[in-house]
Design a protein around this ligand. Structure first.
Ligand code: PMP
Length: 290
């Protein structure tokens, strides 16, 4: 495997960053997970624009232009000769002193990993997953904006631990008002009376690129799609539920907190959304090998 570290492609086991990097010391940095389908990078512009916005929010200058990052992503994929895979683009504050001060880190660092990924088992995609709500609340937007895709994932990791300890693979995180924000690494949708609903970003969700794509595709297909506040009551009484994310793609949820959702099987609208998404990603995106 070849990894791009600060602009140079090196073998995976030689890809290193400094122990003084504030990305390591404090989780001070931003990242993107990007998908490669059928030799095309899915939604590359959207990912780069979100990276730019995340960096802006934490006052981190990007190490080079978005155009340059795009070129280096495409080069890294070619160097690994993959047609389907997952790209992790990380920008950190860079090496500095042993204090929080980000302004003592003169140069941001970055790296690009190209690999394959399979987040959940094929059975879960077919039969749906059981998930739970957990006590750890989503970060308040007044503390760290949940819209920034930062390297500091402890909030989500704590929620993930609670789910895993209880025997579940994913957790629904509520915000401080008790409304649904998102899952630890995915956005959440419910279907109620044929309307597809997801919480607005200000409820504590990352504005997922898969989420936005699914909303667009479903609207084009003629579904009613709404961003609306979702309570646990809405979850429990939903007809269908599914999660979206770059790594997870679109996955049905059939049980929440021990309660079957709808029929307890992946719903027909969920299955339609999954097939719309799969056919869309095969033929859209930035071609790598042309
Ligand atoms: N929420 C969180 C907390 C995430 O980390 C992610 C990405 N894994 C998502 C939602 C989904 O976003 P996207 O569709 O852009 O991958």
């Amino acid at each position: 495997m070849k990894v791009n570290v600060n602009g140079s492609l090196v073998p995976g086991d030689e890809a290193k960053i400094s122990v003084f990097d504030h990305g390591v010391l404090y989780g001070d940095g931003v990242f993107e997970g990007i998908r490669l389908y059928n030799g095309r990078v899915f939604a590359l512009d959207e990912h780069l624009r979100r990276l730019e916005e995340s960096a802006k929010y934490i006052l981190l200058p990007l190490p080079c232009s978005l155009q340059q990052l795009e070129t280096e992503i495409l080069d890294a994929i070619r160097a690994n000769d993959l047609r389907d895979g997952y790209i992790r683009l990380v920008v950190t504050r860079g090496a500095g002193t042993l204090g929080l001060n980000p302004f003592k880190c003169p140069k941001p660092s970055y790296f690009i990993i190209v690999d394959t990924i399979a987040l959940y088992s094929p059975e879960l995609y077919k039969n749906g997953m059981a998930i739970i709500t957990v006590p750890t609340q989503r970060n308040m937007s007044e503390a760290v904006s949940p819209r920034v895709k930062s390297l500091n994932y402890l909030n989500n990791i704590l929620a993930k631990i609670e789910a895993l300890n209880a025997g579940f693979e994913e957790a629904i995180m509520l915000n401080k008002y008790g409304f649904v924000a998102e899952c630890t690494g995915d956005n959440i949708f419910i279907v109620k009376d044929a309307t597809i609903v997801t919480p607005p970003a200000y409820m504590g969700a990352l504005e997922g690129i898969t989420r936005n794509c699914v909303m667009r595709l479903a609207t084009q297909k003629g579904y009613n799609v709404k961003q609306r506040v979702i309570s646990r009551h809405d979850l429990f009484c939903a007809d269908e539920c599914f999660l979206t994310g770059t790594a997870a793609e679109v996955i049905p949820v059939t049980v929440i907190d021990g309660r079957p959702i709808g029929s307890g099987k992946p719903g027909s609208i969920t299955r339609d959304v999954i097939s719309l998404f799969h056919s869309h990603v095969q033929s859209s995106g930035t071609p790598v090998y042309s």
